[in-house]
Write a protein of this length. Structure first.
Lengths: 245, 245
DNA sequence: ACCTGAACACCGTTCAAGT
DNA sequence: ACCTGAACACCGTTCAAGT
C-alpha cells in the first residue's frame, strides 16, 4: 500500500552540492541500515545518532520516518521475518502435505535466525502486539499462512491452534539457543573479551560439568533441529482435535 | 563462600544521623532491589540512578558493589534462578526416578519464571558465559545437579548431554512464550497503552487469524506445559545413548 | 571504609529554524 | 518537503573529595 522503493529518480546528483548527502532517506533504507548495524555491532551499539551517522544524516532526520527508537526496533523485527518472502523454499500453501509445508516453514525461520543471529533475540523477546502473534512468527501474514495451510490440509480449528502453539514454542526454544551459541547478545556493548569462561577453580566443585564440558560444547544444532522437528511433526499428527473440556 | 547476610548488627541506628541513610548497602541488597524494580517497572525503567534512589543512595555508590550495569544484570539473572534453592519441591538428587527428578526441576524453573515474568527474558537472552550454561539453567550449580542426577540414574554421558539440550530448549521455548503472554517486555518504557491490538482493518485480509483470534488468545499454558513436558520425558527415555557418527 | 559532588561523554527526543 | 542546530532531560561511569 504505502509506496515502496521508487522516488529516487528526480534530479539525481544535480552536480553542485557536495557528494555528501547521497540518495534520499526512506523508512526502508533506515530499517536496512539498522539491521546491518545490529548484525555487525550488536543491538546495544545501535543508537539513533550512530544510525544517522551511518546514513550520512543527523539523528534528528530519522524521526521523520520512524517515530522513535522503539518503533525502529519493531520495524526491524517485522522486516527481518519478512525476508522469508524471498525464500523460495518456503511455500505459502501446502503442495506435498502439511508435514512438508511445516518443514519448509521451520527451515525458513531457522535460516533468517541464523543469518541475523544478533537480531533474533529481538524477534524472540520484543513485546507481542497480540496474543495470536507469538514469536518467532511475528507477522500476521505468516500466521495467516500457517493457519490457512493447515486448514486446507484438513486440520480443524482446535488442531490448527494447537499446532501453532507447539510449532512456535519449538522454534523459539531451539533457535534462540542456537543463535546464542553462534554469539548473540542483547546486553553488553563490548564485542570483545569473549565471555570470560569459568575456569578450573569454578569447575572444581562441579565434576559432572567438568567431565562433560567438551561434549556440552559441541554444536549439534543442525541435526538436533532436524530430529526434534521430526518429532514435533509426529506429535502434531497425533494431536486430538478436541480439547475435551 | 562470600559472606552472605550478616553484618548489619553493629551500632544500629546510632541515633543522631538523620533517619535517611538506612541499613548498610550491600551487593545482596542491591540485587534484591534491582529484581523488585524490574518486577514492578520493567527492565527498561531500571537505571543506575533510579536504583540508587530506591536505596536512598546516590547512583555512584552502587559501583562499589556491582561494577556496572551489565554486571548488575548478570547478578540479577544469577540470583533469580538461585531462588530455586528455596523451593522444597525441587530436589537435588533423584529419589523417585529421573522422570520425577526432571519433572520437579522443570516446575521449579517455571515457578521462578512466572514469579518474575519481566526478568525471565533476561534469563533467556543474556549472553551465556559458556556453551555448557544454556538458558534458562544459567548456573553451574544447577547444571551440575542436572547431570549428576541423570548420571546417578544410569544415564551415560551422551544421553545426559542430549537430555540437557532437549530439556533446556523445551523450557526456554515454553516459558518465554508463557511470560510473554503474562506481559513481559524487554523493550519499551511504557507500562501502559496495552500493545495496540491490530483491529478489524488489519485482520480483514487475514480471515483465518480473524476466525481463530479468540481461540488463539486463550491461555492454556499450564496444561500445555504439562503435556509437552510429559512428551519430552518420553522422548528422553527413548534417546539412544550413542551418537553413531 | 563508605558515600557524594561535580564532571564527562553520550543518549533519545523536540522544535523552531534553515534550505 | 526535507534536513539541521541548538537545546532539554536523562543516561552510565570516573574520580577526587568529603565524612
Amino acid at each position: 500500500m504505502a509506496g515502496k522503493r521508487n522516488d529516487a529518480d528526480k534530479d539525481v546528483i544535480a552536480g553542485d552540492s557536495p557528494p555528501s548527502s547521497r540518495v534520499a532517506l526512506s523508512r526502508d533504507r533506515i530499517l536496512d541500515a539498522a539491521i546491518s548495524f545490529i548484525d555487525e555491532q550488536g543491538l546495544p551499539g545501535l543508537t539513533m545518532r550512530r544510525l544517522g551517522e551511518r546514513l550520512d544524516v543527523e539523528a534528528m532526520s530519522l524521526y521523520r520516518y520512524v517515530g522513535g527508537r522503539e518503533e525502529l526496533l519493531d520495524g526491524v523485527v517485522a522486516r527481518v521475518i519478512d525476508e522469508m518472502h524471498d525464500d523460495d523454499d518456503v511455500i505459502s500453501v501446502p503442495t506435498d502435505g502439511w508435514q512438508d509445508f511445516l518443514q519448509r516453514l521451520a527451515h525458513g525461520v531457522r535460516r533468517v535466525a541464523l543469518s541475523h543471529p544478533k537480531v533474533f533475540p529481538l524477534v524472540a523477546s520484543r513485546p507481542a502486539e497480540a496474543p495470536w502473534l507469538r514469536p518467532p512468527l511475528r507477522s500476521l501474514d505468516w500466521v495467516e499462512m500457517f493457519l490457512n495451510g493447515l486448514s486446507e490440509e484438513g486440520f480443524d480449528d482446535d488442531k490448527s491452534v494447537g499446532a501453532y502453539r507447539a510449532f512456535t514454542s519449538f522454534l523459539l526454544g531451539h533457535l534462540l539457543l542456537e543463535v546464542a551459541v553462534h554469539g548473540a547478545d542483547v546486553g553488553p556493548l563490548d564485542v570483545l573479551d569473549e565471555a570470560t569462561e569459568p575456569e578450573q577453580d569454578e569447575l572444581r566443585p562441579h565434576p559432572n560439568v567438568r567431565k562433560l564440558r567438551s561434549a556440552l560444547s559441541e554444536d549439534h544444532s543442525a541435526i538436533e533441529f532436524e530430529e526434534s522437528l521430526e518429532e514435533l511433526l509426529n506429535r502434531i499428527a497425533m494431536m486430538s482435535s478436541a480439547k475435551t473440556p
